[in-house]
Design a protein around this ligand. Structure first.
Ligand SMILES: [Zn+2]
Length: 257
């Protein structure tokens, strides 16, 4: 299993981070988790195989996580020759189909019938979906918006947990228990803390409670980048920590912390 953090920013425009997008490659699965503004062009910049994506999983419907979904689905049809014929599955919490219908009405009336098989799978919190032989995706409720979920991807004896946007919740840590890699948001410094996002210390505490083998931080707003994120995390968590940037990548099959 390989993780590439494609977009590690949030809603604030940044010179070096686009909005949320994280690519997980496992066996024949190419899973993009969230597809915020800038993610599609960033994949091209990074020379990632955007055309080979098999699944897109949305954690919630905030703009910084979904704005480029239409861009990607259009690119599959019009951004390459020949156009895509392989199926693509969009996974998301209940309400995803209605959300895609709204996107179709606003942006591209062929969005749900784009000329290649497009499947929409709504995955309720606690449900599990087999993406391919030996690769599973599980959703878990996280405290952010009403529909927000996090995802766990399991393949080849590795488990990667992505919180999406979340507030501090020890139930999330219990769900993430013993994961090989915990990919959490790290939105705000303590002076700006709110219940629907994490500070660096809260991200570190979740990693410690989960017993995560590695912590990778994403979803940075500029103010938190002006603080000592690494020191704040280290107070809570003693394992390996990465402050991910756009294009950071790790093969979990060859590196176990
Ligand atoms: Zn966000």
């Amino acid at each position: 299993m390989r993780l590439t953090t494609v977009g590690t920013g949030a809603a604030a425009p940044s010179a070096h981070r686009v909005c949320a997008g994280h690519l997980v490659e496992a066996r024949e699965v190419r899973l993009l988790m969230d597809c915020g503004s800038g993610v599609v062009h960033r994949m091209a910049t990074l020379r990632l195989d955007w055309a080979g994506i098999t699944h897109v999983a949305l954690t919630h419907f905030d703009a910084d996580h979904v704005s480029d979904l239409t861009t990607l689905l259009v690119a599959f049809r019009y951004g390459q020759l020949p156009p895509r014929s392989a199926p693509c599955t969009v996974v998301g919490p209940p309400g995803t189909r209605a959300f895609l219908e709204r996107l179709a009405a606003a942006l591209w009336d062929r969005l749900l019938e784009p000329g290649y098989p497009l499947e929409v799978r709504e995955l309720a919190a606690g449900e599990r979906l087999e993406l391919a032989d030996g690769v599973t995706l599980e959703a878990w409720k996280v405290p952010h918006t009403d529909e927000s979920v996090g995802y766990a991807v399991t393949a080849d004896d590795r488990r990667l947990v992505y919180t999406g946007d979340t507030g501090y919740d020890e139930g999330v840590a219990a769900w993430a228990a013993e994961c090989d890699l915990l990919l959490t948001e790290c939105s705000l410094p303590p002076a700006m803390a709110i219940p629907s996002h994490l500070t660096p210390a809260q991200a570190g505490r979740l990693a410690r409670l989960a017993g995560a083998r590695r912590l990778v931080l994403t979803h940075f707003y500029p103010p938190v980048e002006r603080t000592d994120v690494r020191a704040a995390v280290a107070v809570e968590y003693g394992g390996p920590v990465t402050l991910a940037g756009d294009g950071w990548t790790l093969d979990l099959n060859t590196s176990r912390a």
